[in-house]
Each structure stands twice: as structure tokens, then as C-alpha cells.
Design a protein. Sequence first.
Length: 66
Amino acid sequence: MIVDEIVNELGQGKDVKLSSFGTFSLRDKKSRIGRNPKTGVEAVISSRRVISFKPSQTMRKVINQQ
């Protein structure tokens, strides 16, 4: 149920902040030229929206203590 709510909010273009956990946000990436590493053939990578996550200070502290 929590994941569904996060997906719904991101679908509406809103950022989602979870206290002591982090923030999910949307970023727009521009189209660009990419290269297939196996064949070396260039291809256009279309513009798209991606989800980014930034952990909170609390989460960073917990992770870095271990």
C-alpha cells in the first residue's frame, strides 16, 4: 500500500519525502547519443523521466556506522 502511494504521487509529478529515510524525486533527462559497447554502433537515447533517490542524513549516519 505504501509503495502504491509513492508510485501515485510520483505519477502526478510530485516529490515524495519519507522522514528519516529519504526523498524520491523525478528528473528529466535529455535525449543524447549513446554507443553500444559491444558493437560500437551509435544510437539515439530518447529523452525520458527517471526516478532519483536521495537518502536522508539519518539514513546516511546509520549506514556509515557499520
